[in-house]
Design a protein around this ligand. Structure first.
Ligand code: MSP
Length: 646
């Protein structure tokens, strides 16, 4: 019977269209899944979307949509991109799937009834974007240790999970399973930074927003998004909290989890502990991959440096994009991506090495032998070296894959392609062709080249499936089974295609960059017209025009939510002698408590206007990021309220 192999990606947030970094993870996991299938494993591959939480609720409100409509749209977009890049998942789970939601409720109740979850009150520092509470000592320079953003003091009645109860057991598990976390450096980080200092009980419910799975026996609370999200790995294959598990769960669990470096803690501490509490086997492995970065920095919408997979595919094709992201990413350091790097890598590896080898070999097989060559057994000086390289390649690839060193595995395949190109230079078939006595030697050379190509594309198939099928078809074959890749001389003969297509044409990098700039410009024009034009589209004004606007520093004395409005806050501000009421649309960016005591910039001579029944006597100045996120402006030094701005 085939050995089982269950593999998962992290499930992507449905907060926005995924960038090439998120997509990288899906491609990486897909390559491993395809490789394992080709090795003969019975593979089950699950991916999907993480759809609950405050951040998504806020994003939906900003887009003027209900959370469900919003996540339906983004989940469809994510699935579309995974399909576009050829992710061969067996199941695409959504955390809004009713079956998942029901199981999460049952799991929560089970853990509560058995005493692992208890009700308490939480007071701590809360990071809204990360949806995480932190203790004072966990903060870094007073900010969120994960994302570096502002945190706010918050107190909530909440349910807690007794993490500390399982800490020793988890450490023991790490010791007994040295391969559980990879790379090993991540394991040390978990032990030294989290387990050794002592695990805090984890707050596993929220009552400050609604978009989550309700705790069914206390529906003021929704289940903490990470408890909801992590359980996808078992609910998606038929886990049932009452013990009536589906067939797939019984067959495939436990899994190998492929996740990004930022969420290793959730997968190697919280998740195993939840599983221990449920009495289930722990994951076989958690591989925390590095990140794909743009220009040495994190890819983010607000930085405007986001590269999307669908754009890359439009320019370069699916397999070239797969090849780039897989080969650009070292095992434990971050990788870099830019349009220029992609174009250059395609030229260097795919056009010059792989494509060139295939096209030269097919062309010469056609030219000198009418398209068919067989092994005439006339060997020359470098044949042994070539054959050794070909026969030894797959075992090296497979060893790298066992360690999840995908880029290194690809390198081993390209070593063979390079060696074969060198073999053409060494054997100079065009000179052999001039001597009728060397005909059999020439045919042997071309047979050897065809054989090397087929061996190479068979190993490359999981990474670039369409291209490898195409390349094999050009030699009149299909990609070969892995167990044949250690041999040389497997085919009797090769009959190549009479009209081979070019696998990878050389790209003009400058031209590509020009086209990308044009695409980005067109996009930003569309964006500007959607929001009614940017500042440069406004008419020029004089200093007199500007001086008509009175701006002052205002200190927030009190602040509260405006009833029946998601976006509005009512602020009472002090500007020197005067106190005013201002209604401002910043409720999605700030909580009332966060604003109290802050000094803001206010327009004080705007005509008062009634908003939601409240007279607003000023306007707070904010900066708006491309994503729509707002941030108020504040003086660089602490200045008296009422100070004039000019
Ligand atoms: N929803 C959580 C995961 C829950 S799993 C139970 C999440 N979602 S995410 O959309 O932010 O990220 C999805 C995956 O993409 C994560 O593994 C994350 O580390 C990875 N990446 C996010 N940015 C990335 C890069 N720039 N490069 C590579 N991977 C990146 O986290």
């Amino acid at each position: 019977m085939k050995e089982k192999f269950y593999i998962t990606t992290a499930i992507a947030y449905t907060s926005s269209k995924p960038h090439i970094g998120n997509t990288y993870e899906a491609i990486l996991t897909d390559s491993i899944a395809r490789f394992k299938r080709a090795e003969g494993y019975d593979v089950y591959f699950q991916t999907g979307t993480d759809e609950h939480g405050q951040k998504i609720e806020e994003k939906a409100a900003l887009a003027g949509k209900s959370p469900q409509v919003f996540v339906d749209e983004v989940a469809a977009q994510i699935k579309g991109i995974w399909d576009l890049v050829g992710v061969s998942y067996d199941n695409f789970i959504r955390t809004t799937d009713p079956q998942h939601e029901r199981q999460v409720q049952k799991i929560f109740k089970k853990l509560y009834e058995q005493g692992d979850i208890y009700k308490g009150a939480y007071e701590g520092w809360y990071c809204t974007p990360c949806e995480s509470f932190w203790t004072e000592s966990q903060l870094v320079d007073g900010k969120c240790p994960d994302c570096g953003r502002e945190v706010k003091k918050a107190k909530e009645e909440a349910y807690f999970f007794r993490m500390s109860k399982y800490a020793d057991k988890l450490l023991e598990y790490y010791e007994k399973h040295p391969d559980f976390i990879s790379p090993v450096s991540r394991k040390n980080e978990m032990i030294n930074n989290f387990l050794k200092p002592g695990l805090q009980d984890l707050c596993v419910s929220r009552s400050s927003f609604k978009w989550g799975i309700p705790v069914d026996f206390d529906d003021k609370h929704v289940v903490y998004v990470w408890l909801d999200a992590l359980t996808n790995y078992i609910t998606g294959i038929g886990y049932d909290a009452d013990g009536n598990h589906g067939e797939k769960f019984l067959k495939y669990w436990p899994a190998v989890h492929i996740v990004g470096k930022d969420i290793i803690r959730f997968h190697t501490i919280y998740w195993p502990i939840f599983l221990m509490a449920l009495g289930l086997p722990l994951p076989k492995k958690v591989y925390g991959h590095p990140w794909l970065l743009q220009d040495g920095g994190k890819m983010s919408k607000s930085k405007g440096n986001v590269i999307y997979a669908d754009d890359l595919v439009k320019f370069f094709g699916r397999d070239a994009v797969r090849y780039f992201v897989l080969s650009a990413m070292p095992f434990d350091n971050d990788g870099l991506i830019s349009w220029k790097l992609v174009a250059e890598k395609i030229n260097a590896d795919l056009a010059n090495v792989f494509g060139n080898l295939v096209s030269r070999t097919v062309a010469m097989t056609n030219k000198y032998f009418g398209g068919t060559v067989e092994n005439k057994g006339v060997s020359g000086d470098t044949d042994e070296d070539l054959k050794n390289c070909s026969c030894g390649m797959f075992s090296k690839v497979s060893a790298k894959m066992d360690e999840y060193r995908i880029a290194d595995a690809l390198d081993e395949i390209f070593v063979l392609f390079r060696r074969a190109n060198k073999y053409i230079d060494e054997t100079t078939p065009w000179i052999l062709a001039k001597d009728p006595d060397k005909k059999d030697r020439l045919e042997t050379v071309l047979y050897n080249l065809n054989e090397c190509i087929l061996t190479g594309v068979s190993a490359l198939y999981p990474f670039m499936p369409e291209t490898c099928e195409k390349a094999a078809a050009m030699l009149g074959e299909k990609p070969r089974a892995f167990d044949k890749l250690g041999k040389f001389g497997v085919a009797d003969k090769y009959t190549v295609s009479a009209n081979p297509e070019i696998l990878f044409a050389r790209l003009d990098t400058d031209k590509i960059l020009e086209q990308v700039d044009k695409m980005n410009e067109e996009r930003s024009e569309v964006k500007q017209s959607e929001v009614g034009g940017d500042c440069s589209a406004k008419p020029e004004i004089t200093i007199d025009d500007f001086s008509k606007i009175q701006l002052k520093i205002a200190k927030v004395l009190a602040c509260e939510k405006v009833e029946k409005s998601k976006k509005l806050l009512k602020l009472t501000v002090q500007a020197g002698e005067e106190t005013r009421t201002v209604v401002s649309g910043i409720a999605l960016a700030y909580s009332p408590e966060e604003l109290i005591g802050k000094k803001l910039v206010m327009i004080t001579n705007l005509k008062p206007v009634k908003l939601c029944g409240i007279m607003s006597e000023g306007m707070i100045i904010c900066a708006e990021e491309k994503s729509g996120k707002l941030s108020f402006l504040t003086p660089e030094r602490d200045v008296e309220d009422g100070s004039e701005i000019f």
